[in-house]
Design a protein around this ligand. Structure first.
Ligand code: ADP
Ligand code: ASP
Ligand code: MG
Length: 404
């Protein structure tokens, strides 16, 4: 069976007019004799609105009810798509995660798809139907509705492509593909034709919202090629694939920035073994992800300043944990939300010396101060003042010749 999985994001189904357009894209695949499985996200803004409501009803809204609530947006979008396809003369119906079922494991709000029952969908495809499946949701062993993390419809599409052995998995979105940097933030960003899973995973984890990181992990693990393209403009997009399929890679493939990091500094911490562990252990127990870390040793060698970054949404919790931590002593606790993490990503870095120097020099030339640094084999991240974000993106884009 020639199966294709098509995923439509929130903006693509954001209005009734856009849903009509989506239905015509789906119809075109069907006319080319593909068996089409559609995955849709909720209409733009709906999920955010539902999350807001959960906060208004209760400060500690139950996580299982959160999943029931926030997954409801997808039901609306899927039913509208199916309705339009029927209007256009196709056989179509919507399917909620639990009706298939799409099974998940892991905690509410952040589950992972581990099994998809194929029977009903395969029979429906054989009858010539077009199933429209809700992204972002599944069901756990207790038969409760789960969700798989924000932006999770991407992962739903990849897992459907895996279980149904789809020939193609196309992620339709509001931009033409994956760009060297967010095209909505910098208009000189260039569309990338092909990108490796490894680079895409780094880009996604470091702020390129276009793909959800978990979906790229799943795609990489299962060797599923992904095409990312626009729902609105008929042009070729970006192929996300394995490294060996890529012939020419640049030193730097993409640049990302974040808007939701905060910097925490403990001034005057005792400089002795075990202190950093005493600080980070309770944070990790409370599922707070510490990202970049830097430690300055004081002149007298007895005290140190420890700086690290966390997600801004974890800031209040972090403050509380540190203040209540009896095992550590410090002179002052500082917080800064006005920071942004800028990262350059590229597999070409592995074999090219001097990339770090070029990055730092380019930023220095524009008088951009680097506050914290972290690196991996294929990425270098620096923390800068939020007001310098755009300036940094522009100068690095130029330095690594991404405009060309
Ligand atoms: P969807 O609703 O289709 O899932 P998202 O809003 O999740 O779409 O992702 C698309 C958005 O990702 C784009 O509108 C763009 O602003 C943003 N984005 C960030 N970085 C990049 C990048 N490097 N390439 C393309 N888009 C990016
Ligand atoms: N609607 C969900 C969200 O906004 C899932 C998705 O968009 O992929 O996070
Ligand atoms: Mg998305």
């Amino acid at each position: 069976m020639k199966i294709v999985v098509l995923k439509f994001g929130g903006t693509s189904v954001g209005t009734i007019e856009k849903i009509k357009k989506v239905a015509s894209i789906i119809g075109n695949y069907r006319k080319k004799n593909y068996k089409v499985i559609v995955v849709s996200s909720a209409m733009r803004g709906v999920t955010n609105d539902l999350i807001k409501k959960s906060r208004q009803i209760s400060k500690n809204f139950s996580e299982s009810e959160y999943d029931v609530l926030v997954s409801s947006g997808e039901q609306v979008a899927c039913s509208l798509i199916a309705g339009r396809l029927k209007y256009n003369g196709f056989k179509s119906r919507s399917w909620l995660g639990w009706q298939i079922p799409i099974l998940t494991q892991g905690p509410h709000k952040n589950s992972r798809i581990n099994q998809i029952n194929k029977n009903k969908i395969i029979s429906y495809l054989k009858e010539g139907g077009i199933p429209i499946i809700t992204g972002f949701q599944g069901m756990n062993n207790d038969q409760r509705i789960t969700t798989i993390g924000r932006g999770g419809s991407d992962a739903s599409a990849i897992m459907l492509a895996k279980f149904f052995k789809a020939q193609r998995c196309v992620i339709y979105t509001d931009v033409e593909g994956v760009y060297t940097t967010d095209p909505n933030k910098f208009n000189k960003a260039k569309k990338i034709k092909v990108i490796s899973y490894e680079e895409m995973l780094e880009m996604a984890s470091l702020g390129a919202k276009v793909m959800q990181p978990v979906s790229i992990q799943d795609a990489r693990l299962n060797r599923i090629d992904i095409e990312v393209k626009s729902s609105f403009i008929k042009k070729s997009g970006t192929l996300i694939t394995k490294k060996s399929n890529i012939i020419n890679s640049k030193i730097v493939t993409g640049i990302t920035s974040t808007y939701n990091d905060s910097k925490v500094t403990l001034v005057g911490v005792k400089d002795k073994p075990g202190v950093a562990a005493s600080i980070f252990k309770p944070l990790s127990t409370n599922s707070i992800n510490v990202d970049m870390v830097v430690q300055n040793i004081s002149a007298n060698g007895k005290e140190t300043d420890l700086t690290f970054t966390i997600k801004t949404e974890d800031l209040n919790k972090t403050k509380k944990i540190i203040i209540e931590n009896k095992r550590i002593k410090f002179r002052k606790l500082l917080f800064d939300k006005r920071v942004s993490k800028i990262s350059i990503i590229g597999v070409g870095m592995i074999t090219t010396p001097g990339v770090t120097f070029r990055m730092f020099q380019a930023l220095a030339n524009k008088k951009i101060n680097i506050q914290v640094i972290s690196t991996s084999e294929i990425k270098i991240s620096v923390l800068v003042d939020k007001k310098d974000t755009k300036k940094a993106l522009i100068v690095l884009h130029k330095e690594f010749k991404l405009n060309k």
